[in-house]
Design a protein around this ligand. Structure first.
Ligand SMILES: *[C@@H]1O[C@H](CO)[C@@H](O)[C@H](O)[C@H]1NC(C)=O
Ligand SMILES: *[C@@H]1O[C@H](CO)[C@@H](O)[C@H](O)[C@H]1NC(C)=O
Ligand SMILES: *[C@@H]1O[C@H](CO)[C@@H](O)[C@H](O)[C@H]1NC(C)=O
Ligand SMILES: *[C@@H]1O[C@H](CO)[C@@H](O)[C@H](O)[C@H]1NC(C)=O
Ligand SMILES: *[C@@H]1O[C@H](CO)[C@@H](O)[C@H](O)[C@H]1NC(C)=O
Ligand SMILES: *[C@@H]1O[C@H](CO)[C@@H](O)[C@H](O)[C@H]1NC(C)=O
Ligand SMILES: *[C@@H]1O[C@H](CO)[C@@H](O)[C@H](O)[C@H]1NC(C)=O
Ligand SMILES: *[C@@H]1O[C@H](CO)[C@@H](O)[C@H](O)[C@H]1NC(C)=O
Ligand SMILES: *[C@@H]1O[C@H](CO)[C@@H](O)[C@H](O)[C@H]1NC(C)=O
Ligand SMILES: *[C@@H]1O[C@H](CO)[C@@H](O)[C@H](O)[C@H]1NC(C)=O
Ligand SMILES: *[C@@H]1O[C@H](CO)[C@@H](O)[C@H](O)[C@H]1NC(C)=O
Ligand SMILES: *[C@@H]1O[C@H](CO)[C@@H](O)[C@H](O)[C@H]1NC(C)=O
Length: 596
């Protein structure tokens, strides 16, 4: 079976530690020719995107962080210095480099850690972010573009330029304050705004938008074609993205070329990435609005929503400014809820295009493979467990142990976590807090049905793999629902939405050894426990199919005595010596969520 699109690193003559990041693969052995080095400091920065000064997380001094622009099979070395006051981890995906608490100890404040991975057999648009405890609500994200190798034809002409666009709901409160609210059992409430590339809205309405807000401008030249990569990096709000009077030609999502379609607007859910071609073919004497507006909100229950819009400007070279103060209308599907799900179902894989390799994307005939196991995973509104407000999956609210699960396995520590994640939702009485993971078999082919009994749209992401999104419907999932699955051209991606009162079914080919995070991308739900891990162990024993633990691995929890001190120069000058990674109470992971 030639599975090009999956994150498996093909066995090379070299020993391979392959891993697939939650979005990117990382192969442990740096086998290719090209190396690229990044030196990034993660630090706080004060900016005022909505007119009020606030602390955000910058990478290398910028917010959003710098673009990692690489090509299939390049080797990437990223040295990350944590200049925050909290532990930090960047999450990339070979399980040793994945940057989530199940696989890595967080980088303590003042320490650095060097990630090394290969973008093996990957292409596409992804983003990285701090993966721990709501840090993404304060920033720390940036783009990852994996370009095709020149030798592989892509299903569209070379664009004249490219833009990265980060959209997301945004709070003026910083991540530590938001964390406190969730710890106290409160809801985060309606966001204060929607940012586009870290900036507030253009002043399209003088009542709604204060003066002196910096807004984003994309500069274009008439007649040219641009590739726009759009990522929803927000907390929990699904956003409708559109460009006034311009259509967006959808070409790719999270590492898969899609069948192409012209869209006047698209719903982009939290954690998702899409890329489009935009032709600058409209009247060039004026400018156009770029809008990201909230979806599925009832403005009459909270007036504040009507003031929350992300607005940037598409500026033609030599133009005279925008024409009107009225934003282009988005869909209104509080009353027409099929719009969004139908749009999602229309996004298909381009089965004949090659991607990272020349073979057509459709040549991995996933629809002919027998399913080895089915998991039905249900999310619902927060519940009280032992007096604490928590979020659950199948009744279990995940609490990360202090020792990374993968290290616990390696050092034969048996009581760190359990392998009893239920394959069906449990009843209320059994709800609990714990570290319960899914134990699966290498080379299995599993079906995961995500069921959303929560009040809002849910979004799920699996590290280390991309999955085929074969079905999505409102109502109950039954075995008969399988008859409606797309068995040929389902899009393969790493993040999927699950509408409220609906289910989404995905198929996963378990070809990547490791312990992989399956989580809610809604940051509040994730923080409150909506995650688990998928454990796929090496059938031949350690150091055969999986990469070995890197020599610079940090240790913590039960293994903290293995950790040596680190001496380094902190930005500025003075040498700082920091002791062992102690009891880390607040864990901070910079999760580079890359998608394969
Ligand atoms: C990081 O910042 C330094 C100094 O400002 C700059 O020279 C370098 O190009 C930046 N790196 C990236 C990847 O943006
Ligand atoms: C990223 O790299 C590609 C290929 O090297 C190049 O064509 C493109 O201009 C780069 N994009 C940016 C934003 O630097
Ligand atoms: C920290 O950075 C220094 C140089 O900047 C590097 O030599 C060292 O290996 C890094 N430490 C780790 C644990 O990655
Ligand atoms: C977040 O905001 C609180 C309250 O304003 C403040 O005490 C805290 O220092 C801030 N945290 C950061 C990291 O800036
Ligand atoms: C600006 O927004 C306010 C409040 O929603 C609205 O009443 C007003 O009509 C808007 N102004 C324009 C010019 O659209
Ligand atoms: C958008 O297109 C419509 C219909 O062609 C036209 O009336 C309107 O002026 C255009 N808007 C802008 C901002 O050019
Ligand atoms: C998209 O729209 C453009 C311009 O109207 C057209 O040339 C192109 O054929 C359309 N593409 C698709 C896939 O519909
Ligand atoms: C929005 O909220 C109002 C007030 O609670 C309610 O009457 C209305 O039915 C809601 N609209 C929708 C579409 O749910
Ligand atoms: C799938 O299962 C069917 C029925 O059990 C069996 O006949 C078929 O050979 C299996 N296909 C593969 C590819 O294993
Ligand atoms: C976990 O799965 C592996 C591979 O299928 C199996 O060998 C092992 O016995 C399982 N462990 C438990 C505790 O279920
Ligand atoms: C959640 O489940 C309950 C019980 O099955 C059902 O009555 C309710 O309609 C569901 N709500 C959603 C949003 O799915
Ligand atoms: C992994 O396997 C290789 C090749 O057999 C061997 O050279 C290396 O020492 C092994 N490493 C570990 C940590 O077991």
């Amino acid at each position: 079976m030639d599975d090009l699109r999956l994150r498996r690193c093909p066995a090379t003559e070299m020993m391979l530690l392959c891993a697939v990041a939650a979005s990117l693969f990382f192969c442990g052995v740096l086998a290719g020719e090209t190396f690229v080095y990044y030196d990034w400091e993660v630090s706080y920065l004060t900016v005022s995107p909505l007119g009020v000064p606030q602390t955000v997380i910058a990478v290398n001094g910028s917010f959003p962080g710098p673009l990692m622009n690489i090509t299939t099979n390049w080797n990437v070395v990223v040295n990350v210095l944590n200049s925050l006051d909290e532990p930090l981890l960047l999450t990339w995906r070979n399980s040793w480099q994945d940057g989530v608490l199940g696989t890595n100890c967080p980088i303590p404040p003042g320490w650095n850690w060097t990630y090394e991975f290969q973008a093996k057999d990957q292409i596409g648009s992804f983003f990285y972010f701090p993966s721990l405890f709501l840090q993404r609500t304060s920033g720390g994200f940036g783009g990852i573009t994996v370009n095709n190798r020149e030798v592989i034809p892509v299903p569209f002409g070379k664009p004249d330029g490219e833009f990265e666009v980060f959209i997301g709901d945004w709070y003026i409160k910083n991540h530590t304050e938001l964390r406190k609210m969730l710890d106290e059992g409160k809801e985060l409430g309606v966001p204060d705004g929607i940012l586009i590339n870290g900036k507030g809205p253009y002043r399209y309405n003088t009542t709604l938008v204060p003066d002196n807000i910096k807004y984003e401008t994309l500069n274009v030249q008439p007649g040219k074609v641009y590739r726009i990569r759009v990522h929803n990096v927000g907390t929990s709000t699904s956003l409708n993205f559109r460009v006034q009077n311009h259509s967006l030609l959808l070409i790719e999502t999270e590492g898969t070329y899609t069948t192409q379609q012209n869209m006047s607007d698209i719903d982009i859910h939290v954690g998702q990435s899409y890329s489009f071609l935009l032709s600058a073919n409209q009247d060039a004497s004026n400018d156009y609005y770029i809008v990201a507006s909230p979806r599925f909100v009832n403005e009459s229950t909270d007036q504040k929503w009507s003031t929350v819009n992300g607005v940037a400007i598409l500026k033609y070279d030599g133009s005279k400014g925008v024409l009107s103060d009225k934003l282009p209308d988005g869909p209104n599907d509080l009353y027409y809820k099929e719009y969004s799900i139908n749009q999602a179902k229309s996004i298909k894989m381009n089965t004949s295009a090659g991607a990272a390799r020349p073979n057509p994307q459709g040549s991995f005939k996933y629809g002919t493979i027998n399913i080895t196991k089915t998991y039905i995973i249900k999310s619902k509104n927060n519940v009280l467990i032992n007096g604490k407000k928590r979020a659950t999956l199948n009744g279990i609210s995940y609490k990360p142990p202090e020792t990374p699960l993968r290290q616990a396995d390696l050092f034969n520590l048996s009581r760190v976590y359990t392998m009893d994640f239920p394959s069906r939702p449990m009843d209320r009485k059994a709800e609990k807090i714990g570290a319960s993971v899914i134990n699966e078999t290498y080379k299995g082919f599993i079906e995961i049905v995500l069921v959303n009994n929560d009040t809002g749209v849910q979004n799920f992401h699996l590290d280390g793999y991309s999955f085929f999104v074969v079905g999505m419907e409102y109502g109950e999932w039954t075995e008969n629902s399988r008859n409606s699955y797309d068995k040929w051209s389902a899009v393969s991606r790493t993040t999927t939405q699950v509408f409220s009162g609906a289910w989404t079914a995905v198929l996963v080919s378990l070809d990547n050894v490791g312990i992989w995070n399956l989580r809610s991308e809604n940051l509040d739900r994730w923080y409150l426990g909506q995650e688990t891990y998928l454990r796929v162990s090496d059938p031949d024993g350690y150091n055969k199919t999986e990469m070995i633990m890197p020599s610079n691995a940090l240790f913590c929890g039960l293994l903290k005595s293995k950790q040596k001190d680190q001496v380094h120069v902190k930005s500025g000058a003075s040498y700082i010596r920091i002791g062992r990674v102690g009891l880390i109470v607040v864990l901070f992971l910079v999760g580079f969520i890359i998608i394969a």
